[in-house]
Design a protein around this ligand. Structure first.
Ligand SMILES: [Zn+2]
Length: 305
C-alpha cells in the first residue's frame, strides 16, 4: 500500500504540470510591457500597462478569459483604455467587442475598418454555429462594438504617461490592412501576422510578399530590442532576428517555387513538393500553410512576366 502513494503523487504532478504547461502567462519584455504567447500556434497578444491605462494589441476570443486573466495578473484593476489590431482576422479582432463593452476604445486604420465590417459578424455567426466560442461572448453581439471608433491613416500615438505607444499602418503585406506597434522608448515591436516565428507563415491572394519583405527590412532597420510576432515563440531581447528570419524564409520560398516552376512543375506539384525544398525551414510546424503560401508566390511570379 505504501508504494502506491508515490505513484499517485507522481501521476497528480504529471497531470498538474501538463495543465500548467497549457496555461497562458505574461512574458515580461520591459517595464510593464508584456507578451502572451498563444497556446500552440495560436495568436500572441501583447500589452502595455501604462500609468494612464492599459493598451492591448489583439486577442483571440476562444482564450479571452485566460488572456484577460493574464492581463489582470499584472495590471490589477487598471482600465483597458485602448485596443489595437494588426489586421482584421478573428484570432486578432475577436475580443474587441468585449473590451469595448468594458469601456476600451478600439483604434484602427480605415482599411482595417472596411475589412472588419462585413467579416466580423459572419465570423461570429459561423463560430457560434460550430460551438467554437462561448455563447455569452458571441450571441447577440454587434460588429459596432468591435469596430474602431478612433481612426488613423499612417500613425497614431498613444501617450499612456509612463509609456508611448505608436501604431503604424504599414499597408499591404499579409493582408491589405497591416498595422504594427512600436514603443520608441523601449524599442519593442509588436508585428502581428507580419511575422510567424519558427512556423510556416500564411500568405494568400490577399498578400503582397514583395511589399511584405520590404516592410520587414524597414522594421529591422529600426533595430528593435524585442519583437513579438503574431504567432510563435518570442523572448525579451530577441532583437530583429524574427524579422530577418521571416524575410529569409520568404526568399527561400520564392527561390524554390521559382526553380520548380521553371523546371516545368505544375502548380499542384509545387504546392505538394516545395516543403521538401525548404531546407532548414522544412521541419517547422504549421505545414498546413505551405500549399497556400506557395500558391501565392507562384501567382506573384506568374504575374511578373
Ligand atoms: Zn493570425
Amino acid at each position: 500500500m505504501k508504494r502506491v502513494f508515490p505513484v499517485v503523487v507522481l501521476l497528480v504532478l504529471c497531470v498538474l504540470s501538463g495543465s500548467l504547461a497549457q496555461a497562458l502567462e505574461a512574458t515580461k519584455l520591459a517595464d510593464r510591457v508584456y507578451g502572451i504567447k498563444g497556446p500552440k500556434e495560436a495568436f500572441n497578444t501583447a500589452f502595455v500597462v501604462g500609468d494612464r491605462g492599459v493598451f492591448v494589441f489583439g486577442c483571440d476570443l476562444p482564450t479571452y478569459d485566460e488572456r484577460l486573466q493574464v492581463i489582470r495578473s499584472v495590471a490589477g484593476n487598471k482600465a483597458i483604455r485602448f485596443v489595437g489590431n494588426g489586421h482584421y482576422a478573428f484570432d486578432d479582432s475577436g475580443c474587441n467587442h468585449l473590451f469595448a463593452e468594458q469601456g476600451a476604445i478600439i483604434v484602427g486604420n480605415p482599411e482595417f475598418a472596411r475589412l472588419l465590417l462585413p467579416y466580423w459578424p459572419k465570423e461570429v455567426a459561423s463560430r457560434l454555429k460550430q460551438g467554437r466560442v462561448k455563447k455569452e461572448y458571441a450571441e447577440g453581439k454587434k460588429v459596432e462594438m468591435a469596430m474602431p471608433t478612433v481612426l488613423f491613416n499612417d500613425k497614431l500615438t498613444l501617450d499612456l504617461g509612463s509609456h508611448v505607444v505608436e501604431l503604424h499602418f504599414v499597408g499591404k503585406a499579409h493582408t491589405t490592412d497591416n498595422t504594427v506597434v512600436w514603443l520608441p522608448k523601449e524599442k519593442i515591436l509588436f508585428t502581428d501576422d507580419l511575422v510567424f516565428t519558427e512556423l510556416h507563415a500564411t500568405a494568400d491572394d490577399r498578400s503582397d510578399t514583395v511589399n511584405w519583405q520590404r516592410i520587414l527590412r524597414n522594421l529591422a532597420s529600426w533595430s528593435p530590442n524585442t519583437v513579438v510576432p503574431g504567432h510563435g515563440v518570442f523572448a525579451a531581447g530577441n532583437g530583429a532576428k524574427p524579422l530577418v528570419e521571416q524575410d529569409r524564409y520568404f526568399d527561400t520560398m520564392r527561390a524554390k517555387v521559382k526553380a520548380m516552376k521553371e523546371a516545368g512543375k505544375s502548380l499542384e506539384e509545387v504546392k505538394k513538393g516545395v516543403r521538401a525544398e525548404l531546407g532548414e525551414f522544412a521541419k517547422w510546424p504549421r505545414e498546413r500553410a505551405i500549399p497556400g503560401t506557395a500558391e501565392q508566390f507562384y501567382r506573384e511570379l506568374s504575374a511578373q512576366k
